[in-house]
Design a protein around this ligand. Structure first.
Ligand SMILES: C[C@H](O)[C@@H](O)CC(=O)C(=O)O
Ligand SMILES: [Mg+2]
Length: 466
C-alpha cells in the first residue's frame, strides 16, 4: 500500500466493484422549530432546524443519503452550492472513490474556480459535508455495515487514505496516523463488545434552550434526570442575572453531583467571556462553550488560561470551519474539549483528521449534536474513536438533543443516557420520504399549510427566504 498525502494512487481500483453514480439531488428541508424556541441560544434566537439534504443515485438499487445542518434561511444557498458541485460527483465510480477517498475529497475541495468562494469554509464547505456524508452512507450500505462498523473493520491503510493530510502534516502525518491505529488495535474486540452492551454516554442540551420558560427548564431537567442523564447543558450569554437564576434553578433540580455545561454561542468578547464566567463559576460548570468568535484561536487560549484556576474548561468546534482551525485550537491550548460537528467541516474524511490530531495532542473529543441529524451521525464517529483510536471514554461524552429524530428512518436510540450502537447499514441519515415531502421548503405540504394559516409568511424573492 502507499500511504499518500491526498494524491491519487494508481493501484487502488478494486476490480469488478464498479458503482457508477447516476445522479445527485439536493433538497431544502426545514422544520419550524422557531415556533417553540427549540434550539434557541443567545445568538440564534429563532432557529428553524433545517438541512440541505442530498440523495445520491447509483446504477444499482442502492442510494446514499447525506445532509448538512442549517437554521432555515440560507438553506437554499447551500442547495445551490451542492448543485454547483454535483458535476464533480455524477458519472464517477463510487467504488473507485472509496478506494482512494482522500484524493477524491481533495478534488472536491480544490476545484480551481469554486475554491475561491471558500476555500474549505462557509457555504461551499457545508455543501461538501452534505455530499461527502451521502457518500459515506452509500459506502456503508454497499458494505452492509453501519458507518461506525465500516470504519472499525476497515484496513487502517484504506482509512488513512480517506484523509487529505494537506496543511496538517506539521502535527500528524499519514504514517503517524497509521501507527496510531495499529497501536490501538489491541483491545478492539473488547471495546466493541462493551459498546454493544452499554453504548456511549450522552449529555443533554434539551433542557436548556434559551427561549424556554423556567417551568419548562425545570420540568425537562426532572425528565432527563429520571431517564438517567448525568450531564446537562444550558444556554447562557444574554443577561447575567438571568443566567445566574437559570443556573441556580438547574442546579436545584439536578443537584451538585451531576455535570453542568454552559454554552454562549459566541456572544462575548474575550475579556467579557472571562468576567462573565467568573460570575457563573459558583455553579461549577465543566465547560464554557463557544464563549467568543469561533475563529479567535488566541482569544480562546486566553480565556482557557484565565478560567483554568476556576476549574472551567473551554469547549468549541461546532463552527470551527476546517481542520486547520482545529489544528491551531488544539496546538494553542484554546480548547480543552474538542467539539467536532458532522456537517460543519468536510464530512467524515476531514473529521477523521481532527480525531487524529486530538489524539496526538491529548484533547478529548466531545461531538456537537445540536441540530437535525447530527446525533444520528456523530454517534458513528465517536464509536469509531472509542474502538479504534482513543480507546477511552474518559472526559468524553456525546451531545444529545431530543428533536426531529422521528423524521429519520433509522434514528438514534438513546437508553439510560447512552447512545446504542446503530445496527442498520449506512450513516443513519435517510429521512423518511413523507417527512422530506412535507417539510420541503417552500412547497412541502406542511409549509403550504403554515403559509395558508398565516403561521409563517409566504416566501418572497428569488431564493425563497421567509
Ligand atoms: C442553534 C443551535 O441550536 C445551537 O444552539 C446548538 C448548539 O450550540 C449546541 O447544541 O451546542
Ligand atoms: Mg453549542
Amino acid at each position: 500500500m502507499s500511504v499518500h498525502n491526498g494524491r491519487t494512487v494508481t493501484n487502488s481500483k478494486a476490480p469488478g466493484t464498479g458503482l457508477v453514480i447516476r445522479n445527485l439531488q439536493a433538497r431544502d428541508i426545514r422544520f419550524p422549530t422557531s415556533l417553540g424556541a427549540h434550539g434557541s441560544d443567545a445568538m440564534h434566537t429563532d432557529p428553524d432546524y433545517s438541512c440541505a439534504y442530498v440523495v445520491i443515485y447509483t446504477e444499482r438499487d442502492v442510494e446514499g443519503h447525506g445532509l448538512t445542518f442549517t437554521l432555515g434561511r440560507g438553506t437554499e444557498i447551500v442547495v445551490q452550492a451542492i448543485n454547483s458541485m454535483s458535476s464533480m460527483v455524477i458519472g464517477k465510480d463510487a467504488a473507485e472513490i472509496f478506494q482512494n477517498f482522500g484524493a477524491f475529497w481533495r478534488q472536491l475541495t480544490s476545484e480551481s474556480q469554486l475554491r475561491w468562494i471558500g476555500p474549505e469554509k462557509g457555504v461551499v464547505h457545508l455543501a461538501t459535508a452534505a455530499i461527502v456524508n451521502a457518500l459515506w452512507d452509500l459506502w456503508g450500505k454497499v458494505e452492509n455495515k453501519p458507518v461506525w462498523k465500516l470504519l472499525v473493520d476497515m484496513e487502517p491503510e484504506t482509512l488513512v487514505r480517506a484523509i487529505d493530510f494537506r496543511y496538517i502534516t506539521d502535527v500528524v502525518t499519514p504514517e503517524e496516523a497509521l501507527a496510531m491505529l495499529k497501536k490501538a488495535a489491541s483491545g478492539k474486540e473488547e471495546r466493541e463488545a462493551e459498546l454493544r452492551r452499554i453504548g456511549y454516554p450522552a449529555y443533554t442540551t434539551q433542557v436548556g434552550w434559551l427561549g424556554y420558560t423556567s417551568d419548562r427548564v425545570k420540568e425537562l431537567c426532572a425528565k432527563y434526570l429520571a431517564e438517567g442523564f448525568t450531564a446537562f447543558k444550558v444556554k447562557v450569554g444574554q443577561n447575567l442575572e438571568d443566567d445566574k437564576r437559570r443556573c441556580a434553578m438547574v442546579r436545584e433540580v439536578i443537584g451538585w453531583d451531576k455535570v453542568l455545561m454552559v454554552d454562549a454561542n459566541q456572544i462575548w468578547d474575550v475579556q467579557q467571556s472571562i468576567d462573565w464566567m467568573k460570575e457563573l463559576a459558583e455553579f461549577k460548570p465543566l465547560w464554557i462553550e463557544e464563549p467568543t468568535s469561533p475563529d479567535d484561536v488566541l482569544g480562546h487560549a486566553k480565556i482557557s488560561q484565565a478560567l483554568k484556576p476556576l476549574g472551567i474548561g473551554v469547549a468549541t468546534g461546532e463552527m470551527c470551519c476546517n481542520r486547520v482551525l482545529f489544528k491551531q485550537f488544539l496546538q494553542s491550548g484554546g480548547m480543552q474539549f474538542c467539539q467536532i460537528d458532522s456537517c460543519r467541516i468536510g464530512g467524515v474524511n476531514e473529521i477523521l483528521s481532527v480525531y487524529f490530531m486530538a489524539k496526538k495532542l491529548g484533547v478529548p473529543v466531545c461531538p456537537h449534536a445540536g441540530g437535525v441529524g447530527l446525533c444520528e451521525m456523530v454517534q458513528h464517529l465517536q464509536m469509531f474513536d472509542y474502538v479504534c483510536l482513543s480507546g477511552t471514554k474518559e472526559n468524553r461524552v456525546v451531545e444529545f438533543v431530543d428533536q426531529q429524530h422521528e423524521h429519520f428512518e433509522n434514528p438514534t436510540v438513546v437508553k439510560r443516557a447512552h447512545y446504542q450502537v446503530p445496527i442498520v447499514p449506512g450513516y443513519s441519515t435517510k429521512l423518511k420520504p413523507a417527512s422530506a415531502e412535507a417539510y420541503e421548503y417552500p412547497n412541502g405540504s406542511k409549509w403550504q399549510e403554515m403559509f395558508s394559516k398565516g403561521i409563517f409568511p409566504r416566501p418572497a424573492g428569488k431564493f425563497g427566504g421567509n
